[in-house]
Design a protein around this ligand. Structure first.
Ligand code: AMP
Length: 186
């Protein structure tokens, strides 16, 4: 299953909560990169400036790290991807890794842009400066938003209203997941 949405939509928070509820690992490529940066690894040194500018890390780097993670034994029975895939190339790589039918559900977060900017500005992360926020939103619109059409075409997306209290949004997601694939086009 994967959670997709613009920066500030709350997908990280929700992915952690839902993963805990479902007993599967929460796999966040952004968290993994931040850990590398704070540990000062080679990879961390490679990606720090990219992240600070709000750009995307090259696909081959991201995919290799993701592949390692989902091959861990704890991911054997499923996982929640948060922040991956973000590019069309990453969609292809994920299909190659788990099969086009391996993805059971794509949860799409719907949050208006003014709310995103407000949330990001109050979060205080290293890549949450005003300039970077605007760039991250632009990069999302250009490179990641088109992926919604790909997954929509596969009939696996559920759109969740991401505005509201954290536990209300979690309940909406769990409810949407329980509803089955009622949105599969016929
Ligand atoms: P996130 O925590 O998901 O907002 O990710 C923080 C930053 O990590 C992003 O702005 C990118 O610079 C980088 N990043 C995380 N996931 C990916 C990905 N799938 N592809 C490319 N860059 C990524």
């Amino acid at each position: 299953m994967l959670f997709i949405g613009p920066p500030g939509a709350g997908k990280g928070t929700q992915a952690a909560l839902v993963a805990h509820r479902l007993g599967v690992p929460h796999v966040s490529t952004g968290e993994m990169f931040r850990e590398h940066v704070s540990r000062g690894t080679d990879l961390g040194r490679r990606v720090a400036a990219i992240m600070e500018a709000g750009e995307y890390v090259p696909d081959e780097v991201t995919v290799a790290m993701l592949e390692d993670r989902i091959n861990q034994p704890d991911a054997e029975n499923g996982f929640i991807l948060d922040g991956f895939p973000r590019t069309a190339g990453q969609v292809c790589s994920l299909d190659a890794l788990i099969g086009a039918h391996g993805l059971d559900r794509v949860v799409v977060f719907d949050v208006p842009e003014e709310e995103l900017v407000r949330r990001l500005a109050s979060r205080g992360r290293a890549d949450d400066s005003e300039e970077t926020i605007l760039n991250r939103l632009a990069v999302y619109t250009e490179q990641t938003q088109p992926l919604l059409d790909i997954y929509d075409g596969r009939g696996v997306t559920v759109v969740v209203d991401g505005v509201g209290e954290v536990d209300v949004v979690t309940a909406r997601i769990l409810h949407a997941l329980e509803e089955g694939l009622s949105e599969v086009p016929t």
